[in-house]
Design a protein around this ligand. Structure first.
Ligand code: GDP
Ligand code: MG
Length: 429
């Protein structure tokens, strides 16, 4: 089962490492100067499934049959019955893992190997989706140097636009560079095969970036319509290849945007953002709250717009003040934005669903009796047999039929799964 990978990218000092630490709760170097993150940091972020964990339905059934007492008020799991192998579930709120990479090194010329160069590029190539962290406060220049004073709304918006264009340009230059290398000879070689040969040639070239035949084909269609490039492909110069790269880039690297430092952004900036698909975030507030929750100082659930202090008597004045301040912030902003952004990336942008393969369709357990141990993040509309392959290639190869755990209906290989489905897979062993 391959885990989806999100790459966090952006110019220095926008808050990537803070966002990464908050989302993964791992300790990474967080400092107020450029290039403090030298090595890529890979961690696991847990994203809440949109639907309640099926252990809610299971509990209701067991209680109804008189085989289980209702949840006691002091149950730390608040009723959850499942035993997640990875992730967690409390009050039937199930959290699923996604890999996250803190991709430092977006500097001018990164596409040509400047800065972290190839390490930066391979981090990008291995990401399924990028989150570009941009500075909503406009407090830093493109190299991440602090400009000092807070900027105006117009300046902040303009600088965010620059940041977005900066990443796009670097990605385009990188892709164009890969295409340009040996282009004339390569394209002449496939000329007899026409458009089909060209698509295969480009796909091979960009396979390291995750290019599929279908994606290249669609991009070429779009490119030919929009650009109507003149001359034979082997006559295309670097400018035309750059435009082609730009079209390919949109398919190869979907980008979501985190407008970070919302807390110190000039007023009005966030209202303008709704025009773009940008999510306002306060990564450092999220990090502070998660740390406080880990230390049992507060009760806070990522994504929520409130928290409660566990024992006010234990806090000093400064702590109380800081927490009160953060509470006001997340109340007025409806949360820190970190969980909301991850939710949107996973479930809206990438259209993933969460499904629960089990070995026993009645009790929803695996071979060891663990209840709903696996929650898989898969493409929406995935078919039963494809899910079987996600579990194990043997299960895919030997697929006979599935049984829907909720309806108990037998389903075939091409049965499409819906979000929250529980599925038993029968296979030849
Ligand atoms: N005001 C504010 N500062 C933040 C926020 N997120 C991060 N920072 C600060 O921005 C600076 C750079 O953060 P860092 O995560 O190291 O940036 P990176 O270079 O992109 O990895 C640090 O001083 C952080 O504390 C935020 O949401 N609001
Ligand atoms: Mg960093």
């Amino acid at each position: 089962m391959t885990t989806l990978r999100i790459g966090l990218v952006g110019k220095p000092n926008v808050g990537k490492s803070t966002f990464f630490s908050a989302a993964t709760l791992a300790q990474v170097d967080i400092a107020n100067y450029p290039f403090c993150t030298i090595d890529p940091n890979i961690g696991v972020a847990f994203v809440e499934a949109r639907l309640a964990c099926p252990c809610k339905e299971l509990r209701a059934k067991l209680e109804h049959e008189g085989r289980l007492e209702p949840t006691s008020p002091d149950d730390p799991r608040q009723g959850s019955l499942c035993q997640p192998r990875t992730g967690s579930c409390v009050a039937h709120r199930r959290f699923v893992p996604v890999a996250m990479v803190d991709v430092a090194g977006l500097v001018p010329g990164a596409s040509e190997g400047r800065g972290r160069g190839n390490a930066f590029l391979s981090d990008l190539a291995n990401s399924d989706v990028l989150i570009q962290v941009v500075d909503a406060a406009g407090t830093t220049d493109l190299e991440g140097q602090f400009l000092g004073n807070a900027s105006s709304k117009e300046d902040a918006l303009a600088s965010m636009k620059d940041e977005i264009a900066f990443l796009e340009d670097e990605l385009d230059a990188w892709i164009a560079g890969i295409l340009h290398d040996g282009w004339v000879r390569g394209v002449r070689r496939v000329q007899a095969e026409g458009e089909k040969g060209l698509v295969s040639f480009i796909q091979e070239r960009l396979s390291g970036l995750g290019a599929t035949h279908q994606l290249v084909q669609q991009s070429m269609l779009q490119f030919n319509q929009e650009q109507q490039p003149e001359g034979q492909p082997w006559d295309w110069d670097i400018n035309i290849l750059n435009t082609l790269a730009s079209t390919l880039r949109r398919g190869l690297f979907p980008v979501a945007y985190a407008a970070n430092k919302w807390d110190i952004a000039p007023s009005g900036v966030i209202d303008e953002l709704s025009l773009y698909s940008i999510e306002p975030c306060m990564a450092d507030v999220e990090l502070a709250l998660r740390r406080a929750a880990n230390a049992d100082i507060i009760s806070y659930h990522p994504g929520e717009s409130t928290f409660s202090i566990n024992d006010a008597a234990k806090l000093n004045e400064a702590q109380t003040k800081a927490l009160t301040h953060m509470l006001e912030r997340i109340k007025s902003a409806n949360g820190t934005g970190v969980a909301r952004l991850l939710d949107r990336v996973l479930f809206d942008m990438l259209e993933r669903i969460v499904v629960y393969p089990v070995q026993d369709e009645t009790h929803w357990v695996d071979g060891e009796g663990k209840v709903l141990p696996d929650a898989f993040v898969v493409a929406s509309g995935i078919q039963a047999k494809a899910l079987a392959y996600h579990v194990h290639s043997d299960l895919g190869d030997g697929f006979i039929r599935g049984v829907d755990g909720k309806t108990r209906r037998v389903v075939g290989a091409d049965h499409e799964l819906a979000d929250g489905d529980v599925l038993k897979i029968h296979a030849k062993s």
